[in-house]
Design a protein around this ligand. Structure first.
Ligand code: BDR
Ligand code: CA
Length: 311
């Protein structure tokens, strides 16, 4: 299995991404989960990560708390999407499992130093603050990273927090810029992909029909999460942004994209956090990321439902 660190700000869709990873031990070995401030403040994201591990029946997973604010800006949160707790929808018990003592950034650094080079994949599902902070603090770990597979950015679907920017990149654009410039192989799941991974009514029914606590909780989470996108964009169900990352680790052939140059805007107030993706390769700049453009959504939901059934 591929060794990964999930860096996350749960978030209902983060939660489903974590469940998919924990349900797939043949393909994915979760070395740890690092929480970051994003959808809701850090005190809630670290707690939510533990709630989800317990829901998955995996209380031994190590969960670390990381940065509580972006590198150079005030935290912007998304309670308008995810609710006050970040995990609104199902009623889940407070976690019993402990939060690890170490800071998430130190866990990332120590893990990359301890594991063989090119064997650890980072999976950021929120703002890139923890990852960029780890790279700045310990640049020696950068060439040791096998790959970064992240959810963030947009090309054609442009913004969901401003007209120009996707939430994860917008919240900490300086961090995103540093990560895209680090020289690590990067796979990006932008809104262009995740807005095609919609939990339609039959897909939600399939979660509920699993008849398990996990199936029920996922159905309730997506029920809650979809109201925002339905009202705002008239979308046909909740977009499962973050699970695209963990699905890619299991079945990369579900996704197609291009290896292109992606730059992050940090100067302009108008387009702050925009991912300027050179889809048509007109800039001549060196490609630094594989930017996905499409997903086999039916294949994705078949995989997800099948794996959730194992928990
Ligand atoms: C991203 O922002 C968050 O609201 C979601 O969890 C996802 O990671 C989508 O823009
Ligand atoms: Ca997220």
């Amino acid at each position: 299995p591929r060794k990964i660190i999930i860096d996350t700000d749960p978030g209902q869709d983060d939660a489903v991404a974590i469940l998919l990873a924990l349900a797939s031990p043949d393909e994915i070995d979760v070395l740890g989960i690092t929480a970051v401030a994003g959808n809701v403040p850090l005190s809630l994201t670290q707690k939510n990560a533990r709630i989800i591990c317990e829901l998955a029946g995996k209380p031994d997973v190590k969960v670390f708390a990381g940065c509580d604010a972006p590198i150079a800006r005030k935290l912007v949160t998304a309670e308008h999407v995810h609710g006050k707790t970040g995990l609104d929808g199902p009623t889940l018990p407070d976690p019993m499992m402990p939060l690890q003592d170490a800071h998430a950034v130190d866990f990332i650094i120590e893990t990359l130093r301890a594991q063989e080079t090119d064997t650890v994949t980072l999976c950021p599902l929120g703002p890139l603050t923890n990852i960029a902070t780890a790279f700045a603090k310990a640049p020696d770990i950068i060439p040791r990273v096998q790959e970064i597979v992240l959810m963030g950015g947009a090309y054609f679907e442009v913004g969901n927090i401003t007209p120009a920017a996707e939430f994860n990149i917008f919240v900490d654009p300086e961090a995103a810029k540093a990560v895209f410039a680090a020289g690590v192989p990067i796979v990006v799941m932008p809104l262009d992909v995740t807005h095609k991974a919609l939990v339609t009514k039959p897909r939600n029914d399939a979660f509920r029909a699993l008849g398990t606590p996990v199936g029920h909780a996922v159905a309730e989470m997506t029920d809650f999460f979809e109201r925002f996108d339905k009202e705002k964009y008239g979308s046909n169900g909740a977009p499962l942004h973050d699970p695209c990352v963990t699905a890619y680790l299991i079945r990369p052939e579900l996704f197609t994209g291009r290896h292109i140059n992606v730059e992050v805007e940090t100067g302009s107030e108008l387009t702050l956090g925009m991912t300027v993706a050179d889809w048509w390769r007109v800039s001549g700049r060196t490609p630094n990321a594989t930017f996905m453009g499409d997903i086999d959504a039916d294949g994705f939901f078949a995989l997800l439902t099948d794996r959730l059934a194992r928990l």
